[in-house]
Structure formats: C-alpha cells, structure tokens
Design a protein around this ligand. Sequence first.
Ligand code: SF4
Length: 325
Amino acid sequence: MLAVQSSVPVPDALSVPSNAPEHCPGTESELAGKADACAGCANQDICASGVTRGPDPAIPLVRARMETVKHKILVLSGKGGVGKSTFTAQLGWAFAADEDSQTGIMDVDICGPSIPTILGIASEQVHSSSSGWSPVYVQDNLGVMSVGFMLPSAKDAVMWRGPKKNGLIAQFLKDVDWGTLDYLLVDTPPGTSDEHLSIVSYLKESGIDGAVLITTPQEVALQDVRREIDFCRKVGIRVLGLVENMSGFVCPSCKTESQIFKPSTGGGRRLAEDMQVPFLGAVPLDPRIGKSADYGVSFLDEYPDSPATTAYLDIIDKIKDQLEH
Ligand code: SF4
C-alpha cells in the first residue's frame, strides 16, 4: 500500500458506493454511469442522469495553474516496455538544454512511476508550501512531479482504484507550483485508462498541444498504437507524431545490423502513413540507453556520438516544429 512520506496529503477518493463494482469511476466523475465498469451496476440510471455530479471544482483551479504553462504535451504508448518514460526523460533533458527555457515533467504512471529513477532523483521527496507542492528539480530549468517521490521505497506498490488516481492527477495539475513553464511533458501509463481520461478532462479547458506516441516496430505493439490514435481522435487530442523505438540494433563490434523486433507489417512508418499521423523518426537500440536510465544520467549528454542520439535530436526538432504549427 502507498504511504506518503512527506507533508503532502494523499487525495481523497471521489465517492464510491459500497455496492459499486471494482472499477467504479466515482459517482462525481464525468464518466459516472458511462464507463465500461458501469455496465450492469445497480446505480447506473441515477449516475447516468448526472444528478450525482456538479461541475468539477478542480477544473477552474487547474485552468488557473496552467495559465503559466505554454505547451502541454502528452507522451503515450499502447504497450508497456516500449521505452516511453525513457523517451519522456530524453525529451525533458533536450528541452532543458536551452537554458532560457523551463520544462516540467509530470509522471502520472501512478502504478509504475519510473521517471524519478530515470532522471536520477529517486531518493527525493515532495515538499509543500503556501504556493503549492514544489517539483523536484533535476537542474534549475527541469522540474519533476511523480507519485514515485511519495513511496517509502521503490518496491512499494500503489494499489489505488480509479477515483483515487483521478484525485491525485487533479492535485498534480492544480497544486504543483511549476511557475512559468515553456513545456509540460505528461508521462502516462501504457494503454488508455483512468489516468488518460482524467488528464484529458482536467486539461481540456487549458488546452493540450498534442500527444507523442511511442511504439516498437512489431505488429503486436502497433495494434495497440492504432487504438491509442483512435483514443486521441475520440477525445480531440492532436497527434504530434509517432516515434518508433528499439528500431534495429547495430552491433558495436562487428557493425552488423539486426532487427530485434521485426517490422513484419511495415513498422511505425507504415502505420503512421496508414493512420495519417506524422512519423517523427526511428530510434535504434543502444544498450547504453538502458544503462543511462538506470544511472539517472542524460543519454544525449553522455553519448553524443550514438546514432540513437542523432535520432532523438532529429525527433525532438520535429516535435518543436509541430508545436509551432
Ligand atoms: S454506475 Fe458507474 S459511477 Fe455509478 S456507482 Fe455504478 S460504477 Fe460507479
């Protein structure tokens, strides 16, 4: 179970009746009566009627907090294990390489928060002040907020149902004192779940610039990306582009190139064409990426000559271009 170490309060769950099924989104949620979990629930008619919920009081507070955040970018993946959080971290470091810009990373992968480890700040804790929760800073212009900072240790599991996750996301969005940001990167869990719906509903009024989708080349990963693109279209989020990660491996000794994850159906590039979303690029496997993540250092800074660094920087330039248009 999650225990909070710092003075930061754990959010209360929205109301969940005792007769509600396990994945009840909460009777005050926008999804009350409409979520998949509501099918067959004895309370569905009353929840669907809307009488159980008023306007969410968090939304105007989120809007006020986000007024000083210029670009809000979601990082999504259909599957786990495709390198989404590592990509988010590299993107954060790359944005923060410009000393005149300010970047924040919000890790809402509540059940698997890996951003603090990848950024080398896993032992830090969150503190609160009169102006809100203070992000943990990797460097002066790169701040991070993650539930990972609130866990007593990396092996502690977070076992929260949807409403409690929604409550934490609302608090992250309205209570974190980011100051003025050029970029806020939101690292989400794999798939399309409670966390995604919460982020979208809380940020809709503030405006989301778009989503970057991460995949690996094999068909089993691409299937989930199609669903992710469909999700973005349904909730009205622009797809900034698709990144193919772990795209081939060049042996550092013999220089032979191998396809670890075979693009049997054309990989990310073909999928992007088929789904009419921008293809941002392919990042080759480099074992030093995983090592950098384990040690919490910037791969881009440590290995500037790697083909993966060249690919990352090219992709990041394309994302910046997308944000300007
Ligand atoms: S209808 Fe849905 S929101 Fe309402 S109590 Fe049942 S599961 Fe929860």
